[in-house]
Design a protein around this ligand. Structure first.
Ligand code: NAD
Length: 249
């Protein structure tokens, strides 16, 4: 039980096969109470009800809206009394090439992945500051490190690279106040974001670039989030942790 008496707020965690839901489940297995945030109220509530243990809540929140982030954070703090852990997981991809990116594509992808990460952190930092404790885990991507991915598009790589910079800035500014911030960079993980978008040939090509020769599972990423959220990592801040089967070796 690594998260007994802890509480966590996880964005984009309603997707049944997603990284956020797997992380929520693992945190709940370790004793945490979870606030699942996602675009759809009903889906968020159903996902929370599906977690092991009691007292979890599901809340509607579009992370691109600062007022919605502030409202959801307040509701979660009121419900649990405190929030120890924030996982900024909500994200979208668009499989475009450089010259196909229209202003609205750029806005949509950077808004969810990068702006949402800032807004949700801003919604909880004053609370964490008051308590002089807290840990923030931001989900970036191998696409940020490689300058490209399979589905994401260059604007996705840019947004996720922005998440890495933002994480380090958060870590630097918040470290003296007892708050840690780290990023997780998943490689190719089988979730709804990847589902049905790959031909056999593409799959073969992807696996050829992964020394472990398999797609990651959502639970692989959840385990890393658990480490960064728990007291196993009390001296870890500003880091980017790769969960990619060796893709960058
Ligand atoms: P997913 O599509 O299964 O889940 C993403 C969730 O984010 C969904 O529940 C969706 O409703 C939610 N969401 C979208 N826009 C939102 C918004 N504006 N406000 C709140 N919620 C919103 O995807 P996933 O694979 O579980 O991805 C989770 C995170 O991991 C994302 O940030 C993604 O970029 C990142 N990632 C995934 C992979 C992979 O291979 N699956 C690899 C690297 C990084």
């Amino acid at each position: 039980m690594l998260l007994k008496h802890k509480t966590a707020l996880i964005t984009g965690a309603a997707s049944a096969r997603g990284l956020g839901k797997a992380t929520a489940k693992l945190f709940a297995d370790h004793g945490a109470r979870i606030a699942i945030l996602d675009l759809n109220d009903e889906a968020a509530r159903a996902a929370a009800a599906d977690l092991p243990g009691e007292g979890h809540i599901g809340l509607p929140c579009d992370v691109t809206s600062k007022p919605q982030c502030d409202a959801a954070a307040k509701t979660a703090i009121d419900a649990f009394g405190h929030i120890d852990i924030l996982v900024n997981n909500a994200g979208i991809t668009q499989p475009l090439k450089l010259m196909q990116i229209e202003p609205q594509n750029y806005e949509a992808v950077t808004d969810v992945n990068l702006r949402g990460t800032l807004y949700m952190a801003q919604a909880l930092i004053p609370h964490m500051r008051d308590r002089k404790t807290g840990t923030i885990v931001n989900i970036s991507s191998v696409s940020a490190q490689r300058g490209g991915g399979i589905f994401g598009g260059p604007h996705y790589s840019a947004a996720k690279a922005g998440v890495l910079g933002l994480t380090k800035a958060m870590a630097r500014e918040l470290a003296p106040e007892g708050i840690r911030a780290n990023a997780v960079c998943p490689g190719f993980i089988a979730t709804d974001i990847t589902e049905g978008k790959l031909t056999d040939e593409m799959m073969e090509q992807i696996l050829a670039g992964i020394p472990m020769a398999r797609a990651g599972a959502a639970s692989d990423v959840a385990g890393c989030c658990l480490f960064l959220a728990s007291d196993l990592s009390t001296y870890v801040t500003g880091s980017e942790v790769d969960v990619n089967g060796g893709s960058l070796i």
